[in-house]
Design a binder for this molecule. Structure first.
Ligand SMILES: *[C@@H]1O[C@H](CO)[C@@H](O)[C@H](O)[C@H]1NC(C)=O
Ligand SMILES: *[C@@H]1O[C@H](CO)[C@@H](O)[C@H](O)[C@H]1NC(C)=O
Ligand SMILES: *[C@@H]1O[C@H](CO)[C@@H](O)[C@H](O)[C@H]1NC(C)=O
Ligand SMILES: *[C@@H]1O[C@H](CO)[C@@H](O)[C@H](O)[C@H]1NC(C)=O
Ligand SMILES: *[C@@H]1O[C@H](CO)[C@@H](O)[C@H](O)[C@H]1NC(C)=O
Ligand SMILES: *[C@@H]1O[C@H](CO)[C@@H](O)[C@H](O)[C@H]1NC(C)=O
Length: 480
C-alpha cells in the first residue's frame, strides 16, 4: 500500500524544480528502550544510537551544503541557538531522545569543521569546547505539570482522555477481538512466566495487547535468559498486529474526539513552531519535539493519514519521525515577502531506515498545501491553548485552576471547538496571578487554594516556562 502510494507521490515530486526550504519541524518517537511494563523505562544504548543516527540523517538532509533539501541560511556545522528550537518532557527517555538526535544533528566540531573548533584568546592561546568541540544544543525540558508539556504529551494528567480511551473496552470491536484471541494469548504463559504480575489467566488477553507485545519484543532484543526467546517470529508479528489495533483504536475514534486530545495539542505545537518560522521571517529554522507513539497515532487518525494507508494504524517503529517542510516552489535567496507563496509538505519516516516520504494530509490527495490552506486545516483540529486543553481534559493540574471558574471550561471537546485567537499564542505569558486578577476575587480564592495545596515548586514552574522561551513564546523570544 505504502509502496504504491510512495510511487504515486514520487510522480508528483519528480520534477523537483529548485525549491527552497525555509523551515522544518520534526516530532520524533524515542529510540529502543527497556520495557514500559515496570514503569522505569529508559533508552538503551541501542536507543541512543538510533536517535543519534536519525539526527545525523536529518543533518545530511537539512544542513549539508550539498543537499538539495538544505534549509536556507542554516548554519551547517556550528550550532546557532537562534535557529534551533528543541523541547522534550523532563523524562530521561524523551529528553535523551532529543539530546541524542541533536548530537547527530550538530556533532562535535572536530568531526564536521575543525576550522571552527578553536577560538583565539587575547593572550595568544587557543581554546575549544570539551570532547572535541562538543556542541551544547539547548533542549527545553518540560516538567509534567508545566503548561508547555501539553504540546508534546497532551494525554498526561488528562482525565477526559483517559476516560475516553477506557471506553474502547466497551466497543464491539474490542469484544470481538478479545473473544477471537483468547486461545492465542493463553499460549504466552511460559513466555511471561517470570513477569510478577502476569499470574491470573485473565492477564493473557487482548486487554493487555500492547503490554504483552512490548514485554516479549523487548526481552527478545535484550535478554538472553528470557523464556520470551522461544516466541516465534510469526507469533511476534501477530502480537504486534494485535497491539497495533488496540493502540490505534484507543488513541483515535472519529466519534470520540477526546481520545485524541494529545494529537490535537501536538497539532497546535507543530503549527506554532512552523508559525514561528513564518513570523520570524525564517529566523527560526528547525524545531524538534520528542514524544511517544500514542501521540503519533492520534495525529495519524486526526489528519486523515490512516485513511490514506492502513500502515498508519500501526505503531511506528522506534525513532520514527514525522516532519513538516515549509518551502517555496521557487529557488529563493531570502524568505518570501508574501507568505501565501509558502507551502507545507508532510513527511513520515518509519524507524531508522529509508528516506522521509511525503504523504497527503487531510484527505486532500496533495503532497503539499499552501501555507494558508495548511493553517486553516490545522487550526480546525488543534487544541491551541492551555485554557482549551484544561477545559477539554477537565484536568486538575494546578495551572488549570486559573481557568476553572471560567465558562470556557469543558467547551472545547468538539474537534472544531477551539480557543479564541486572543488566548492562543499567549499560554506561556498568562501567569496564574494575572489571570486571577482579571477574573475576580472568588475565582482568585479558588485558584489560590488549589495552588497552596500543591507543592510550592509548581508556581515557580509556570513562571519558569514563560521565562525560558517555551513553544508558545518561541516566536517572540529572540533566543529561540
Ligand atoms: C591564556 O588565558 C587562558 C584563559 O584565561 C588561560 O587558561 C591560559 O593559561 C592562558 N595562557 C597563557 C599562555 O597564559
Ligand atoms: C468509537 O466511538 C463510538 C462513539 O462513542 C463508540 O460507539 C464505538 O464503540 C467506538 N469504537 C471503538 C472501536 O472504540
Ligand atoms: C493480572 O490479573 C490480576 C487479577 O485480576 C490483576 O490484579 C493484575 O493487575 C493483572 N496484571 C496485569 C499486568 O494486567
Ligand atoms: C531477563 O529474564 C530473566 C528471566 O525472565 C529475568 O529474571 C531477568 O530479570 C531479566 N533481565 C532483565 C534485565 O530484564
Ligand atoms: C502566528 O503568530 C502570530 C504572532 O504571534 C499570531 O498573530 C498568529 O495568530 C499565529 N498564526 C498561527 C496560525 O498560529
Ligand atoms: C511502521 O512500521 C511498523 C512496524 O513494521 C508497522 O507496523 C507500521 O504500519 C509502519 N507504519 C507506516 C506508516 O508505514
Amino acid at each position: 500500500m505504502i509502496a504504491k502510494l510512495g510511487l504515486a507521490l514520487s510522480g508528483l515530486l519528480a520534477p523537483a524544480v529548485a525549491e527552497t526550504i525555509h523551515g522544518v519541524a520534526v516530532y520524533s518517537r524515542h529510540g529502543d528502550r527497556n520495557t514500559k511494563h515496570y514503569g522505569a523505562q529508559a533508552l538503551t544504548s541501542v536507543g541512543f544510537e538510533e536517535c543519534y543516527q536519525v539526527g545525523g540523517q536529518y543533518r545530511a538532509r537539512y544542513l549539508s551544503a550539498d543537499s538539495p533539501h538544505r534549509i536556507l541560511g542554516i548554519s551547517e556545522s556550528k550550532y546557532v541557538s537562534s535557529q534551533i528550537f528543541a523541547s522534550a518532557p523532563d523524562s530521561g527517555i524523551l529528553w535523551g531522545t532529543a539530546t541524542a538526535f541533536l548530537q547527530g544533528f550538530y556533532p562535535p566540531l572536530d568531526q564536521t569543521d575543525p576550522d571552527l573548533l578553536t577560538t583565539k584568546l587575547n593572550n595568544g592561546s587557543e581554546a575549544s569546547n570539551p570532547i572535541g568541540g562538543y556542541q551544547y544544543v539547548l533542549v527545553h525540558g518540560e516538567d509534567d505539570d508545566a503548561p508547555d508539556a501539553i504540546w508534546i504529551k497532551g494525554d498526561q494528567s488528562c482525565p477526559a482522555n483517559k476516560a475516553a480511551k477506557a471506553t474502547f473496552k466497551d466497543s464491539a470491536f474490542f469484544k470481538q477481538r478479545d473473544e477471537e484471541t483468547k486461545s492465542f494469548y493463553a499460549g504466552f504463559k511460559d513466555a511471561l512466566s517470570e513477569v510478577y504480575d502476569y499470574t491470573s489467566p485473565s492477564n493473557f488477553s487482548y486487554a493487555n495487547a500492547f503490554d504483552i507485545f512490548d514485554l516479549i519484543n523487548v526481552a527478545r532484543i535484550h535478554n538472553a535468559s528470557s523464556p520470551a526467546l522461544d516466541v516465534s517470529d510469526e507469533d511476534l508479528a501477530q502480537l504486534r498486529t494485535l497491539a497495533d489495533s488496540a493502540e490505534f483504536e484507543s488513541n483515535y475514534n472519529a466519534s470520540q474526539p477526546d481520545r485524541s486530545i494529545h494529537g490535537r495539542t501536538l497539532i497546535a505545537g507543530l503549527l506554532n513552531q512552523l508559525n514561528s518560522t513564518v513570523t520570524s521571517q525564517g529566523k527560526v529554522k528547525f524545531s524538534l519535539l520528542a514524544g511517544s507513539y500514542n501521540t503519533m497515532l492520534a495525529f495519524f487518525g486526526l489528519t486523515g493519514l490512516s485513511e490514506v494507508s492502513t500502515d498508519f494504524k500501526g505503531v511506528p517503529g522506534y525513532s520514527s519521525t514525522i516532519s513538516f517542510e515549509l518551502f517555496t516552489e521557487e529557488d529563493l535567496e531570502a524568505f518570501p515577502d508574501n507568505t501565501d507563496d509558502l507551502r507545507v509538505r508532510f513527511l513520515f519516516r518509519n524507524g531508522t531506515t529509508g528516506q522521509p516520504t511525503a504523504f497527503p494530509l487531510f484527505g486532500k490527495g496533495k503532497d503539499s498545501l499552501s501555507w494558508p490552506e495548511f493553517v486553516d486545516e490545522m487550526s480546525g483540529l488543534e487544541l491551541g491553548s492551555a485554557e482549551a486543553w484544561c477545559g477539554a481534559c477537565k484536568s486538575d493540574l494546578p495551572f488549570c485552576a486559573a481557568y476553572s471558574g471560567n465558562s470556557v471550561s469543558g467547551q472545547s471537546t468538539g474537534i472544531k471547538g477551539g480557543m479564541s485567537k486572543e488566548v492562543k499564542g499567549g499560554i506561556a505569558m498568562i501567569t496564574i496571578g494575572s489571570a486571577a486578577l482579571l477574573s475576580g476575587a472568588l475565582f482568585f480564592m479558588l485558584a489560590a487554594r488549589k495552588m497552596r495545596s500543591h507543592r510550592a515548586a509548581v508556581a515557580a514552574g509556570v513562571g519558569a516556562a514563560a521565562e525560558k522561551g517555551s513553544i508558545h513564546s518561541g516566536s517572540t523570544d529572540s533566543r529561540v
